[in-house]
Design a protein around this ligand. Structure first.
Ligand code: PLP
Length: 355
């Protein structure tokens, strides 16, 4: 029986990507050696690095002003690396969710943080457009998709200040003008690959401007760039799997095709929730995420019945985040339209029975 995987992260990947990466663990390129047993400095692995880098650049339409790094420590380490490399005095942040808030807490250890907007009082259900990025800060930080509550930034400010974005849960899900960002980071386990690797895309010209601190080597983007992006042993398996996912994206026709599919899947699901007497979504319509669709039962006493129903139908990962409760359908690139339709079908069945 087919399993419908709505997990938030680690999460669903294309079947063919899983198959091919599994094969490479047994025997990489028919060499008789596992991908896990070859040197990260071997010709075979260097080729994987180069190809993955090219695919990232081509998919996002980036030029050689940018360097692509594959680091460890998750998006969480980027909460520290960003201020450690970019903050001399003060930075501006948007507080749009729990991850954004974690990023702010780390940045505050390095200098002054100006919060331009906080959605906290409204439980992060909306993102204001009415803020202005000040001209005197070192950088501006935002989170493109708030995985836990289910909001997404649809527009980004126009500013001469370097814009840094945590795209962990919507990278490669839509077409954006990626050149407007000076630094993008995304942990791989939501929409790209296995956990343990973070893609960092950094415009080289913003680096090397820190006056007052000695950046620890691993935390210094410049050290990674100077060491041909293999300063230490990278997550070989996750980089290879990213390459496969990027090839899958390319074969599908790139980000504009995926964006349309993702919008369509999300719209179907939001429409069903809006029509329903039993379910509700609490997010401001303009800010609804196309990746993480959160919803709640209006009557809490029906939760056990609904849980029993979807679990019996081989739907997995639909539970809301532990902070929020309710439900969250993560509908990343690899989650099929069929799975979305199946979830809607189950929700309709539930309505028929319990409305
Ligand atoms: C998952 C997530 C993170 C944390 O990623 P780790 O790899 O666990 O450190 C940070 N930001 C966003 C937006 C996320 O979705």
């Amino acid at each position: 029986m087919k399993i419908h995987n709505f997990s938030a992260g680690p999460s669903i990947l294309p079947k063919q990507v899983i198959r091919k990466s599994a094969q490479s663990v047994i025997s990489f390129n028919q060499s008789g050696l596992s991908l896990l047993e070859i040197s990260h400095r071997s010709k075979d692995f260097i080729e994987i690095m180069e190809k993955t880098t090219e695919l990232v650049k081509r998919t996002m339409n980036l030029n050689d002003d940018y360097s692509i790094l594959f680091l460890q420590g998750g998006a969480t380490l980027q909460f520290t690396m960003v201020p450690s490399n970019l903050m001399n005095r003060e930075a501006a942040y948007l507080d749009t969710g729990i991850w954004a808030n974690n990023a702010i807490k780390e940045a505050e250890k390095f200098g002054k943080v100006r919060i331009l907007f906080s959605g906290k009082k409204k439980n992060y259900t909306y993102i204001s457009k009415n803020y202005k990025v000040p001209n005197e800060v070192d950088y501006f930080h935002c989170t493109s998709n708030n995985t836990i509550v289910g909001t997404q930034m649809k527009i980004f400010p126009n500013t001469p200040i370097p814009m840094v974005c945590d795209m962990s849960s919507d990278i490669f899900s839509r077409k954006l003008n990626f050149c407007q960002f000076s630094l993008i980071y995304a942990s791989a386990q939501k929409n790209v690959s296995s956990a343990g690797m973070t893609i960092v895309i950094v415009k080289k010209e913003i680096l090397g401007k820190i006056k007052k601190r000695n950046i620890p080597s691993y935390l210094d983007y410049m050290i990674h760039i100077k060491n041909n992006r293999i300063f230490n042993t990278p997550n070989v398996f996750s980089i290879y799997t990213s390459m496969l996912t990027l090839e899958w994206i390319k074969n599908k026709g790139g980000l504009s095709i995926l964006e349309k599919e993702n919008e369509y899947k999300a719209q179907l699901l939001y429409d069903e929730i809006d029509k329903s007497n039993l379910f509700e979504n609490k997010i401001h319509k303009e800010n609804r995420s196309n990746m993480n669709v959160t919803f709640f039962l209006k009557k809490k006493n029906l939760e056990n019945k609904f849980n029993k129903m979807w679990k019996k139908e081989n739907i997995v990962g639909l539970d809301g985040h532990r902070y929020l409760g309710g439900y969250r359908a993560s509908i990343y690139n690899a989650l099929s339209l069929d799975s979305v339709r199946f979830l809607i079908h189950i929700m309709k069945e539930f309505e028929k029975k319990f409305s």
